[in-house]
Design a protein around this ligand. Structure first.
Ligand code: ADE
Length: 235
């Protein structure tokens, strides 16, 4: 299993929990290999954005042979009732900033004929169950399932958030990597799941909330949830 996060703060707790066997600096990013709760795992800090995420996912698959990629970290809450501290588990992912009109419809990846990338349902079910357990065990927050959208933009104001909601009304959360990872996994036939802790509401307070959440609870949410997923059979 490969666990892909964008930022060091999102991955540090995982790396600390890992029995580290090997580390490799490659392509200006660090891959850490080892054992997490009995499961052979590669944790990688991809850096932010779709290009970095797609490149990293491709490396995990082609060079390191992972069969599953879990993309995690934080996201901005866009859907109604999606609050800071909640967890969103993706059912599908779309690149909100992909627009090849008038040649193809909005959000469609040209020549791939789709713009909505699936996740592995059984793995996502297990992540959602682990997230509920983690919330009940004291972390708090609610667990949502649905559409996560990705783009190369930090969404930080009502107009930006409204534009996403208007174009993709079922959006629960926005981030900068998940749909790119899901597209690569789709193309290579690799199992994929994406879950995110909500760090901000993609509003005018987003930058400050993002920084605060990263320092406060984002890493511990990721760690608590993954501990209920990895090593428990087949991830
Ligand atoms: N990741 C966390 N919060 C985000 C936001 N508001 N926009 C884009 N990516 C994010």
């Amino acid at each position: 299993t490969g666990v892909l996060v964008a930022m060091p703060e999102e991955g540090r707790a995982l790396v600390d929990a890992m029995r580290l066997e090997d580390r490799l600096e490659h392509g200006r990013r660090e891959f850490l290999f080892g054992d997490l709760w009995g499961e052979r795992t590669a944790v990688v800090i991809a850096r932010c954005g779709k290009v970095a995420a797609a490149t990293t996912a491709t490396e995990l698959i082609v060079r390191f042979g992972v069969e599953t990629i879990i993309c995690t970290g934080v996201a901005g809450g866009v859907g109604e009732g999606v609050a800071i501290g909640d967890v969103v588990v993706a059912d599908e992912l779309v690149q909100h900033d992909l627009d090849p009109r008038p040649l193809w419809p909005r959000h469609i990846v040209p020549l791939l004929e789709t713009g909505s990338f699936p996740v592995d349902a059984p793995l996502s079910d297990r992540i959602a169950a682990a997230a509920s357990d983690h919330a009940d065990a004291g972390a708090g927050g609610r667990v949502h399932r649905g559409l996560i959208v990705s783009g190369d933009q930090f969404i930080h104001g009502p107009a930006m958030a409204r534009a996403i909601r208007e174009a993709l009304p079922t959006t629960l959360a926005v981030e900068m990597e998940g749909a790119a990872v899901a597209q690569v996994c789709y193309e290579y036939g690799v199992r994929c799941a994406v879950f995110r802790t909500i760090s901000d509401r993609a509003d005018e307070d987003a930058a400050a909330d993002f920084t605060g959440s990263l320092g406060a609870f984002a890493a511990s949410h990721t760690l608590g949830i993954l501990s209920g997923v990895l090593g428990s059979g087949g991830a």
